[in-house]
Design a protein around this ligand. Structure first.
Ligand SMILES: [Zn+2]
Length: 238
């Protein structure tokens, strides 16, 4: 009985001591610069749930966005980024925000609220374009008008995406709720035109989406290198 009592007392004392030691060890490593910097990227596959986004020939934007989101996640995680997705299945994000505004507005607010909580180094929103002129094609990267870092990120990604496509596109300044309300450098990538037969075919080709995801990753890394050359070059060696 006495020995059991001692064991209980020891556990009560030992657990806090071990927790303190662990905390001190982690804190020491952070101070010594031995732990990698926190590198969180938010991927935001647009639409979801009852909001299908744009569509053509029965193909819904929301499904393409989600598939691309998952592929981009894998590509970034393979490079040791921490990835948070605003949605991982066919649902919208309006449940993050209590009743009040319209579902559409609550969905956008929910995405912004999640980004605010996560505080990523960058936000990449994925969408699909549509135009009444079916000849228009190619991926286009949008950034919030007036945000210099977001423009640089958009240009870096656009450059990589242009290398994959027959049409050379320019980045576009826009005023989108999710971009406007995000502090981190943020872009919205329209990966192609669902209204164009060639683009529509490519959007259903996982190998092509993977190439696009690699292009987005390369653009992101070129941008981060531009912002902080020493950190990114040491990362490149690892
Ligand atoms: Zn969209």
């Amino acid at each position: 009985m006495i020995s059991l009592y001692i064991v209980v007392i020891r556990r009560r004392v030992l657990v806090p001591i071990l927790l303190c030691l662990t905390w001190l060890a982690v804190f020491g490593l952070v101070l010594a610069g031995l732990l990698p910097e926190r590198r969180v990227i938010v991927i935001d596959p647009g639409h979801g749930g009852i909001d299908g986004g744009t569509s053509s020939n029965g193909l819904l934007e929301k499904h393409i966005n989600l598939q691309m989101g998952h592929i981009l996640r894998e590509v970034l995680e393979a490079r040791q980024y921490q990835v948070v997705m605003t949605r991982t299945d066919d649902s919208d994000v309006s449940h993050f925000v209590p009743e009040g505004a319209s579902r559409y507005r609550r969905d956008l607010k929910g995405r912004v609220r999640l980004v605010g909580r996560v505080r990523p180094i960058s936000l990449i929103s994925i969408h699909v374009n549509w135009h009444k002129d079916s000849w228009r094609r190619g991926a286009i990267v949008y950034y919030q008008n007036g945000e210099t870092e977001s423009r640089l990120l958009a240009e870096a990604i656009q450059k990589e995406l242009n290398a994959l496509q027959p049409v050379q596109r320019q980045v576009r300044a826009a005023d989108f709720y999710v971009l406007r309300n995000t502090d981190a450098p943020a872009v919205l990538v329209e990966i192609g035109f669902i209204s164009n037969p060639e683009d529509r075919k490519l959007m259903q080709d996982e190998a092509y989406l993977t190439k696009q995801a690699e292009a987005i990753r390369a653009g992101l890394e070129a941008f981060l290198q531009q912002l902080n050359p020493s950190a990114e070059s040491s990362r490149g060696r690892s």
